[in-house]
Design a binder for this molecule. Structure first.
Ligand code: CP
Length: 315
């Protein structure tokens, strides 16, 4: 999904992990680790957003993305301004392209959460400042950068390892698949037949040599895995909650499923979680869970993404 852009200099959009090179993904992760380690004692050179302002636009609700970006921008010396899609009637009062052109005259960057991925690409194509994907219905790359950072903190290098996705195939899964192609790990995916990953994602994975294993049995998917990942059964924009609940009941991550995985497996969830649905309290609050580390790491990963978007890095 490479995006033609109007950016000058070494500024870049962050729309999808599939768009950027493996070396750049690794570079961002390394920067995130460094900036996390010195969060309370930053260097003057860490203020890579000094004099810059970033617009944050949300079409959907958010706790983690909104607060972690806001705090990250402040900690990097920049300023943020937040509006909801509703306030500016995004895509209604004027074209997405004109919105991009106007915003580019006011701010130095745009972080946006919007369901329609095509509109995100249109925004980026017409912006002259970096655009960052804060979640679309198609992908959630900031989340997966934080998740890989978390995996490596707990389990070491992700290359050659195995992660297991259990449940619905959604936007977060797509970014995990793109990460697996860039970073060289195996991803086992257990979904009901009716909720399998879309054909275009499977084709993308094949074309990009991602090691993807599709299956329907969650116990088989998690056996011996390094990491079990769950997500909400009903994502933003889904309109068939009842059907999804029925299909996904056998895919709940509970004590029995974690036993099938083994003690070596960590448990991840991007949050917010519906406790008692896709995951039980005993797993969320258990010793294998790293879900709040993931939430914290949104901050550190996104600071490194922001630096990268402006051609900066944390040495
Ligand atoms: N995981 C995540 O993106 O959380 P929010 O929806 O709260 O931003």
């Amino acid at each position: 999904m490479a995006t033609p852009d109007n950016l000058s200099g070494n500024r870049k959009h962050f729309l999808d992990l599939g768009d950027i090179s493996a070396a750049e993904v690794r570079h961002i992760l390394d920067g995130a680790r460094r900036i996390k380690a010195r969060r309370r004692t930053p260097l003057e050179s860490d203020k890579v957003l000094k004099g810059k302002s970033i617009a944050m636009i949300f079409e959907q609700p958010s706790l983690r993305t909104r607060l972690s970006f806001d705090m990250g921008i402040r900690e990097l010396g920049g300023e943020s301004v937040m509006v909801t899609g509703k306030e500016i009637e995004l895509g209604e009062r004027e074209s997405i392209a004109d919105t991009a052109r106007v915003l580019s005259r006011y701010v130095d960057g745009i972080m946006i959460r919007m369901l329609d991925h095509k509109q995100l690409v249109e925004l980026a194509e017409n912006a002259t400042v970096p655009v960052l994907n804060g979640l679309t219905k198609t992908s959630h790359p900031c989340q997966v950068m934080a998740d890989v950072l978390t995996f490596e903190e707990h389990k070491g290098a992700i290359e050659g390892r195995t992660v297991s996705w259990v449940g619905d195939s959604n936007n977060v899964l797509r970014s995990w698949v793109e990460a697996s192609a860039k970073l060289g790990f195996t991803i086992r995916i257990a979904t009901p037949e009716e909720l399998q990953p879309r054909a275009d994602l499977i084709e993308w994975a094949k074309a990009n040599k991602a090691d993807l294993r599709l299956m329907h049995d969650p116990h088989k998917a998690v056996e011996g895995s390094d990491c079990v990942i769950a997500d909400a059964w009903v994502s933003m924009g889904d309109k068939d909650a009842g059907r999804r609940h029925n299909l996904l009941k056998p895919y709940q991550v509970n004590r029995e499923l974690m036993r099938s995985a083994g003690d070596q497996a960590i448990f991840m969830h991007c949050l917010p979680a519906k406790r008692g649905e896709e995951v039980t309290d005993e797993v969320m609050d258990g010793p294998q869970s790293v879900v709040f580390d993931e939430a914290e790491n949104r901050l550190h990963a996104q600071k490194s993404i922001l630096a990268w978007a402006y051609g900066q890095s944390f040495a």
